[in-house]
Every structure is written in structure tokens, then in C-alpha cells.
Ligand binder design. Structure first.
Ligand SMILES: *Cc1c(COP(=O)(O)O)cnc(C)c1O
Length: 384
């Protein structure tokens, strides 16, 4: 049986063959602990050093500013809790967005139970943060602003440079969750004035279980309380033996992504626009999120007059997509991102997220467009 067309690249991506090839020797032949002071350790230490350099350059940072973690969830936790724990004597107020990933919102909620105050800012109907809203929310006791680079549901790209400038002006640390953005859009921690940035490998054709936190070392020097104590790895900020194969794969994936960033952005946005052009021929179908300020491979739509769950189910044999119903079906709660845009619960449920990636073709997109239209039409007839 043929599997459905994979269009869920915001959830995860397949490992690129080149990435696997780069990783393999570090599972077997080069297995040493990078912290060991002998030949075996030196081999993997050199590989980690090269990888760190590649990742640092990818975001215009210094290698010493990269702290390896198990992924973006851990990087977000380290950034938010690490800053809160270090700077609480300066202030206990944090700012974030309603449309953030749960790996931001949940650590913030946890901090609230410890006595921190968190302002969760609304977004505009197009998903973008209003800069005046941000500026007004900053208080003398604000220690951190955390605003994501690219949204995992609607692909919306927040204005990082403008946010960075505001934070720097008010001397508040600026963290961004760039899990969806790395090697997809240009990122520069210098020009964007970013102090902390979370990264992950598995959304850019790298392995699962590896990520990093960028931690600014000067102007200002960011201090972080570690959340994992142990051998003092990663400048004391994250203990644990470095996972060399994953680190090598992470760097390879990012390097590959950067080498084709512009051509893939063009190609994927063409596919995305083609899909939307077809789908919008239907009446009462709405685009979620800003039409252009979004990830090239992202299309998120809401469909009037169909049941969310039936829509998700109807598409299953054709395409592996994510829906506003499926991802939280356990609780039957509509997507918090779509409701933050002002979508009704029904429209938030009846939504589809298409995550187009490197391996998708125009032929696949045409098939998915036709199949989606047919599914929606037949569901609407059933309701009538
Ligand atoms: C996937 C994702 C995460 C979680 O990353 P992991 O590496 O899977 O822990 C965090 N934030 C965003 C925006 C994501 O898309």
C-alpha cells in the first residue's frame, strides 16, 4: 500500500541522506567521549568543535556561545528558567506571546507558580506581534522577552530585528525560539540583537534529539542557571556527555539547509502558492496567518461548513497533514494559535496545516490540491 504524501514538515522532517552519511562513523569507529584526553576523545572533540563552528557561523555567533541540548524544548526551558533563576533579584516579569509553542508557554506557567509574573501578549489577526503592544508591556522589572522566530502552525515570521531593538533599548534580554526558522530564513544574532536563541535539528532534515541554545557572551553577557547539573559540560550550562553523532548530523543538516536556503525558499513558496491558488477556488476557505510574512513551506487554512475531525480523517489516505483537530484531539480543544488569531472554535478545528518540504514535488502538490478540494466538497454535501 502506498503511504500518504508527507506534508507535515513542521512536525518533523526525514533525515537527509548526506546527514546520515556524516553521522555514521561517529556511532561506530569514532565513539570516544569528547571530554576524554586521549586519541579517541580528541577525534570526537575535533568533530564537535567543527560542528559548533558551523552552527555558530549559521547564526553569526561565536562557537563558545553554542550550548548543545536535546532539542528546542530543552533549549527553551534552559533559556526561560535559566534567566528567571539568575535575574530574579533584578525583576520577576517576563513577556511572551499567545501563539508560542507549548515549550515556551508551559515553562512560563511553571514560573508563575513560583511567583513570577508573565504577560502573554495577543497577536494581530494576521499573527504578527504589534510592536507598540510589546513596548507598552515592558516594565522596569521585566527580565526577558521571548518571541518566536517562525510559528509552527501558521508559519508567521515575527519582526525579530524590530523586537531586538526594542528589547536592547529597554535593556531586557531577548530570547527567540527559532526551531522552525533555522536554515529556512536568514538569522543573525548580531543585527537582530538576539540574546538567546533555541534551535533544533529535526525540522531541517537533521536527527531528532539534538538542538542548541545560543547564549550571548558579550554586550550583554547572559548568565544562565543550569537546569541539568553534573560534569560541567557546555561551560557549566548543560551537563551530560556530548552526543557526537547527533551533533555532527545537526551541523551537516544546517549547512545543507543554508546552501540551498534561497532556491528552496523560492521553490517551496511556489508550491505553497500553487496549493493555495487551487484551494481558494472553493467558497468560504480562509488563509490563517500573514499572506507573505511566513515560512515558504507553510500553508494553513480554515474551512467553513465542515466538521474538523471529518476533514482530518477524510484527508488521511491522501496526505499526512496536521489539523487543528488532530493535534489536540485528546482534549478536543481548538488550536490556541488559531483562536489567538480570532478564529472561532469551529474554524480553528476545521483547519489544515500543510508543511511543504525539500522532498515534495509539484506533481504531489497538484494531487493534494485536487484531493483536498474533493474531500471538502463531499463533506459539505453531506452536511447539507
Ligand atoms: C518543534 C518545536 C519545538 C520543540 O522542539 P524539539 O526539538 O522537538 O524539542 C519548539 N518550538 C517550536 C516552535 C517547534 O516547532
Amino acid at each position: 500500500m502506498q503511504r500518504p504524501i508527507y506534508l507535515d514538515c513542521h512536525a518533523t522532517t526525514p533525515l537527509a541522506p548526506q546527514v546520515l552519511a556524516a553521522m555514521l562513523p561517529y556511532f561506530t569507529e569514532h565513539f570516544g567521549n569528547p571530554a576524554s584526553t586521549h586519541q579517541y576523545g580528541w577525534e570526537t572533540e575535533a568533530a564537535v568543535k567543527r560542528s559548533r563552528q558551523i552552527l555558530a557561523e549559521a547564526i553569526h555567533a561565536a562557537p563558545e556561545e553554542i550550548v548543545f541540548t536535546s532539542g528546542a524544548t530543552e533549549a527553551n526551558n534552559l533559556a526561560i528558567k535559566g534567566v528567571a533563576e539568575t535575574y530574579f533579584s533584578k525583576g520577576r516579569h517576563l513577556i511572551t506571546l499567545q501563539t508560542e509553542h507549548s515549550a515556551i508557554l508551559d515553562p512560563c506557567r511553571y514560573l508563575q507558580t513560583l511567583g513570577f509574573e508573565v504577560t502573554v501578549l495577543p497577536v494581530q489577526p494576521d499573527g504578527l506581534l504589534n510592536l507598540d503592544t510589546l513596548e507598552k508591556a515592558i516594565r522596569p522589572d521585566t527580565i526577558l522577552v521571548s518571541v518566536m522566530a517562525a510559528n509552527n502552525e501558521i508559519g508567521v515570521l515575527q519582526p525579530l530585528s524590530e523586537i531586538g531593538a526594542i528589547c536592547r533599548h529597554h535593556q531586557v534580554l531577548f530570547h527567540t525560539d527559532a526551531a522552525q526558522a533555522i536554515a529556512k530564513i536568514p538569522l543573525d544574532v548580531q543585527t537582530m540583537q538576539i540574546d538567546l536563541m533555541s534551535l533544533t535539528a529535526h525540522k531541517v532534515y537533521g536527527p531528532k534529539g539534538i538542538g542548541a541554545l545560543y547564549v550571548r557572551r558579550r554586550d550583554p553577557r547572559v548568565q544562565l542557571a543550569p537546569q541539568l547539573h553534573g560534569g560541567g559540560h557546555e561551560r557549566g550550562m548543560r551537563s551530560g556527555t556530548l552526543y557526537t553523532p547527533q551533533i555532527v548530523g545537526f551541523a551537516e543538516a544546517v549547512q545543507l539547509g543554508l546552501s540551498e536556503l534561497e532556491t528552496e525558499a523560492k521553490r517551496q513558496s511556489k508550491l505553497r502558492d500553487r496549493l493555495w491558488e487551487q484551494l481558494r477556488s472553493l467558497p468560504d476557505i480562509y488563509l490563517n496567518g500573514h499572506p507573505t510574512q511566513r515560512l515558504p513551506g507553510n500553508l494553513n487554512v480554515s474551512v467553513e461548513g465542515v466538521d474538523g475531525q471529518a476533514l482530518a480523517l477524510g484527508l488521511q489516505p491522501l496526505a499526512a497533514v496536521s489539523s487543528g483537530s488532530a493535534c489536540t484531539s485528546a482534549q478536543l480543544e481548538p488550536s490556541h494559535v488559531l483562536t489567538a488569531l480570532g478564529r472561532s472554535p469551529a474554524l480553528a478545528h476545521a483547519s489544515l496545516r500543510f508543511g511543504i518540504g525539500r522532498f515534495n514535488t509539484l506533481e504531489e502538490i497538484e494531487r493534494v490540491a485536487i484531493g483536498t478540494i474533493e474531500t471538502i466538497q463531499s463533506l459539505r454535501q453531506r452536511i447539507l
